[in-house]
Ligand binder design. Structure first.
Ligand code: KIV
Length: 263
């Protein structure tokens, strides 16, 4: 069954929603085989696979290239394209045009934009023009320079109230779901209870309606330390580096290829 934004929205209160990032056809097909209903082509690809320090340098062309690959590798999961930094911030028209490119050229099913109440106008315009939108508030990595680092958001009552207002505004504007990143678990639960659309938490506690993690974090592929909110379900870094060391040793010793691998 192909997942749509409205089917994901309807899961609120029915069952928790698993979402995972993917960046190419191979990783997307693995997510799809696991029957995970939504795959996010996060701009985290800048850090996870393109070698940048932040998500800020990621371009529209890079996101289109990777989103198209994810769409090709996916049968059932909803494919959500993350709109990169400055592909929607300069103007409503630019946001609409670039979101349209994700749908037309990369076959995405929905887009994600960062920002709360101040992003309402864009979300409303996108939804009004047939583009399902996933909102994203709390720690918004595209604002990392203004936020001064990757820090938990909404710790003071004033910030918490602002995030609640932002969540309400994003829902009001028509988003089908909302990512809550790095907020105290208690606030994650309060926002989730106040909204009629699902919240998808990442470092936002168990009270959210769903969770999203970064593919490479979940599988333990990177050798860099992961944030506290990550649970590693495998240690592929060790498996992969062991396999590569085995290959190198066998090539160097002459035991690969053996007769079985020869014609
Ligand atoms: O870019 C990304 O992968 C994200 C998720 C972690 C929410 O924005």
């Amino acid at each position: 069954m192909k997942w749509t934004a409205s089917k994901i929205k309807a899961l609120k209160g029915e069952r928790k929603i698993a979402m995972l990032t993917a960046y190419d056809a191979l990783t997307a097909s693995l997510v799809d085989q696991a029957a995970i209903p939504a795959v996010l082509v996060g701009d985290s690809l800048g850090m996870t696979v393109l070698g940048y320090e932040t998500t800020l340098p990621v371009s529209m062309d890079q996101m289109l290239h990777h989103t198209a690959a994810v769409s090709r590798g996916t049968e059932d999961a909803l494919v959500i394209a993350d709109m990169p930094f400055m592909s929607y911030q300069p103007s409503l028209a630019m946001g609409l045009e670039n979101a349209g490119r994700f749908i037309k050229e990369a076959h995405a099913d929905a887009v994600k934009v960062e920002g709360g109440a101040f992003r309402s106008e864009l979300i409303e315009a996108l939804v009004g023009n047939g583009v399902p939108v996933l909102g994203h508030i709390g720690l918004t990595p595209q604002s990392i320079k203004a936020m001064g680092g990757y820090k938990v958001q909404g710790k003071t009552s004033e910030q918490a109230r602002q995030l609640m207002d932002d969540a309400m505004a994003v829902e009001q504007a028509g988003a089908f779901a909302l990512v809550l990143e790095c907020v105290p678990a208690e606030l994650g639960e309060m926002i989730s209870n106040a909204l009629t659309i699902p919240t998808i938490g990442i470092g936002a506690g168990a009270g959210c309606d769903g969770q999203v993690l970064v593919f490479t974090d979940l599988l333990g592929i990177s050798d860099k330390p992961a944030p506290k909110f990550v649970k590693k379900y495998a240690n592929l870094n060790l498996l992969i580096t062991d396999a590569l060391a085995g290959y190198k040793a066998e090539v160097e010793s002459g035991s690969f290829p053996a007769d079985e691998q020869s014609y």
